[in-house]
Design a binder for this molecule. Structure first.
Ligand SMILES: NC(=O)c1ccc[n+]([C@@H]2O[C@H](COP(=O)([O-])OP(=O)(O)OC[C@H]3O[C@@H](n4cnc5c(N)ncnc54)[C@H](OP(=O)(O)O)[C@@H]3O)[C@@H](O)[C@H]2O)c1
Length: 353
């Protein structure tokens, strides 16, 4: 069984029954559009080439980029050949190995799929061993999110004793970035939705509400100034952020395409500008309980419309200890019921962006 998984904001996974032959189920779309364009179809299971692994996908993440690509919003950057199977970040069990591959059949791994991850099978060029303590859902959900957070901090070079402002600190990437920065002895101020203030404060940040007046709230929260800014919101905050720190080189964004206009580095478009080597470390931090990556929801592939419904961290879904964390066990997903990992019901999202 496998399923797609959501992190704090939007990561989804799929459940599959065991395949009886070399055909594989997959979740493509054949034209741009809303969630209704997602389908389920059968294709030949991919064969691993030299050095590659084929895995039975147990969980695949849905990131905001997957939804934007499907909606046709990224045609200039990610032109799509239809049918398109979305999803890159996967976790599963090695099913077949290509010549010279570094893993064996039966091992649990995670990584970035060479082809669409919302599939029964996926090929991995660069797999990482999944710690046993880490769920397949979390392993898949942490890939894009964790790497982006790690990368932004590396680029900024912010050090112990300095103050970092994170826009979108309540989102998936922001949630990880807050914790990584705090663990490095950096003072973190985060802009968040009102309902995320308590949760993000609990992660170690001084959380202030995003939106109009954020600059004044941040100045009040960091009276000695801010040394660097990480924009994980794409919410048009770059000009004021540059003004806040007085140097565009001290601001970075993963989400605002207007970055260049403000002299700010946009990171993420160049595959060479990635830190996959951070993923094993992040996986072990999560497995050891030292890094919290809340899951929002999980979904079976048979309900592909769900991941693209309005999303929002399910901060009200569970108990305080599990705020924003709501994942499903594979069996629960099979039953098309949704439970948090701790058995609490999962809240529906209430607001779209
Ligand atoms: N370039 C890269 O390498 C890379 C990698 C990963 C992600 N990304 C992009 O980075 C962004 C964040 O990804 P994610 O997975 O963390 O998404 P996410 O979970 O949706 O987080 C975005 C967060 O920003 C918050 N937000 C909305 N408006 C804001 C505002 N005006 N000021 C501050 N925060 C605001 C959202 O709050 P609400 O929920 O209340 O709206 C949400 O908590 C997405 O655009 C994603 O596509 C880029």
């Amino acid at each position: 069984m496998s399923h797609w998984v959501t992190t704090a904001s939007m990561k989804v996974s799929v459940t599959w029954p065991r395949s009886r032959n070399s055909r594989a189920r997959t979740g493509p779309y054949t034209g741009y559009g809303g969630p209704e364009v997602l389908t389920v179809s059968q294709v030949a299971a991919p064969e691993p080439g030299p050095g590659q692994l084929r895995i039975r996908v147990r969980a695949a993440a849905v990131n905001p980029i997957d939804v934007r690509i499907r909606a046709g919003m990224m045609q200039g950057v990610f032109p799509v050949d239809f049918p398109m199977v979305p999803g890159w970040d996967v976790a599963g069990v090695v099913d077949e190995v290509g010549e010279g591959a570094a893993f064996s059949v039966g091992e649990e791994v995670f990584g970035v799929a060479t082809v669409g991850g919302y599939s029964e099978y996926a090929l991995l060029d660069r797999p990482f061993a999944k710690p046993r303590e880490l769920s397949f859902e979390t392993a898949a959900a942490m890939i894009t999110v964790g790497e982006a957070a790690y990368r932004a901090l590396e680029h900024l070079g912010v050090r112990e004793g300095q103050t970092l402002l994170i826009h979108g600190a309540g989102g998936s990437v922001g949630t990880v970035a807050v914790q990584l920065a705090s663990a490095r002895g950096i003072t973190v101020v985060g802009t968040v939705a009102e309902e995320d203030i308590e949760r993000v404060t609990g992660l170690g940040a001084v959380a202030v509400r995003y939106g109009d007046g954020w600059l004044e709230r941040v100045r009040a929260a960091a009276p000695d100034g801010v040394d660097a800014v990480f924009d994980a919101s794409g919410a048009g905050v770059l000009p004021d952020s540059v003004a806040l720190v007085g140097d565009a080189d001290k601001v970075i964004t993963i989400a605002d395409p207007a970055a260049a206009r403000h002299g700010v580095l946009f990171t993420g478009t160049d595959p060479a500008d990635r830190f996959p080597q951070a993923l094993p470390q992040l996986a072990h931090l999560i497995a050891a309980g030292r890094l919290d990556l809340p899951l929002w929801r999980t979904y079976p592939l048979a309900e592909p419309h769900r991941p693209t419904q309005p999303w929002k961290p399910a901060a009200t879904a569970a108990t305080a200890a599990t705020a924003a964390k709501s994942s499903s066990s594979p069996d629960a997903v099979t039953d098309h019921r949704f439970f948090s990992a701790e058995g609490s019901s999962t809240a529906r999202t209430t607001r779209a962006r």
